[in-house]
Design a protein around this ligand. Sequence first.
Ligand SMILES: Cc1cc2nc3c(=O)[nH]c(=O)nc-3n(C[C@H](O)[C@H](O)[C@H](O)COP(=O)(O)OP(=O)(O)OC[C@H]3O[C@@H](n4cnc5c(N)ncnc54)[C@H](O)[C@@H]3O)c2cc1C
Length: 497
Amino acid sequence: MAYDAVIIGSGFGGAFTALALVEAGLRVVLLERGEPVARDDDDWSPRRILLEGRYAGPSPIQVRQYGASSPSPLHPMQMLGGNSVLYGGASLRLRPTDMDHWPLDYADLEPHYSAAETHLTVHGVQGEDPHEPPRSADFTSPPVALTAPAQRIHRAASALGWRPFRLPMAINFSDPTRPRCILCNTCDGYPCRIEAKNDLTTTVLQAAVDAGLQIRAGAAVGEIEMMSGRARGVVGVDTTTGDEFRVTADRIIVAAGALGSPALLLRSGIDELSPGGDWIGRRLMRHCNAVLTGVFPFVTNPDQVFHKQVCLTDFYEDLRVELGTAVGTIQDIYTPSADVIKHFAPLGLRRVAGRLTQYMQNLLVVAEDDPQRDNRVSLTDERDLYGHRVARVDHDYSVADVRRRDYLIHRARRILRRAGAWITRLYEIDSFSHGMGTVGMGESPASSALDARCRVWGTEGLWVVDGSCFPTSAGVNPSLTIAANALRVAPSIALAD
Ligand SMILES: Cc1cc2nc3c(=O)[nH]c(=O)nc-3n(C[C@H](O)[C@H](O)[C@H](O)COP(=O)(O)OP(=O)(O)OC[C@H]3O[C@@H](n4cnc5c(N)ncnc54)[C@H](O)[C@@H]3O)c2cc1C
């Protein structure tokens, strides 16, 4: 079959672009190296998902981070729907001030934020977030009542004079025609066994398939084929048969995630062809995230209920003048099971950490990080089992990144203490769950890899539409912005010759 567009990757960037293009009447195929998740009991097993990496893909990335001198292999999760299947559903917008270094304004994104919130049925309440950006429409549905652990955080933060608000969430709390959330504690980090999380497979991809999208799962794309500066197609490997395949189309849309997209462009030699090619792979961001654990003199969540429900933006603008960035947000987050806590606790403290799990409650801090030129994705000479060159990541936080994180940690500690915690402990996050940058958009190829419509500078028929295109990371979770931006650029992709 002939296609008008090939999309690589089924996360927020790929799925939202796919929906917009099929609705515009284009014939579109989406290639995804992962397979649909099982939706069985193992999907709610902390051991299977968090420790054994049930969905870890076979292709490694060599990661050097936190000042280490050499890299270690990381196997990213892969599945149809991308990281949306595992994500926590927190759906926040950037603030107008976050977009100072973007080649567009908040007003350019605003209508698409509303559309994305509708597609994902985000449950939220307008007017509670003290730094809420302008909205043209209210949320489609109200949030559910705060559960007991979330109330504890809300009360403590309010008592300190701050303005906690209910976190907008893409989870089905209300639609009776679909499975509804049962408020269990296996949400963030897990596939939803009952499909109550509004991940992309239960929402946008389903709508796109109904409108004519073809999905090919188990398709690992190795290279983009270019001819005279124009993208013509892609070559990849069927992960089940091992056979090579080739798909041609006039529009090639890369949405393989902040680590996968630059790797694919570099494997295809796009850095040599594009005047902005030196920026491909650079300015990797992932937020300076950390979890602060409080240990309480009582069992914090005896009924094991869901409680990713409270957020604070009170400190968002505190360091803007000094550092030129947001500080970030503090969010309520669940406590993993005793097995998981034990596994990640320092040697010697494992047994006690396991016993203390039921007395713990956590806060997540999401701090903006700098787009540093030398934090980057490049290629090694190693090949994966499909014969594709393996990517390497080099990442170190700046002094300012750690400062923003610690600014939030200090306030998160006060909240946990006020809520009754006796002691607190900081855990750094070493995943790339909030990966961004690496193929950033900008005003010119002298300073960016993509133009303002996410087209690779100096090429025809080639776009990058996932979290890679962010010029800065802002201080909020990225998925809703990836979705809104994909809806923003899709019409220009549809109209391109
Ligand atoms: C545990 C967890 C919790 C999170 N919670 C939140 C949250 O609450 N709120 C929020 O906003 N964000 C959250 N995030 C982050 C969010 O999920 C990501 O920012 C978002 O999914 C990124 O979307 P994307 O389109 O950039 O890429 P991805 O979701 O990474 O999708 C890229 C896809 O491309 C595929 N791919 C890669 N290479 C190839 C190739 N060569 N060929 C074919 N396919 C390929 C991958 O398998 C993947 O499916 C969370 C992430 C994790 C892991």
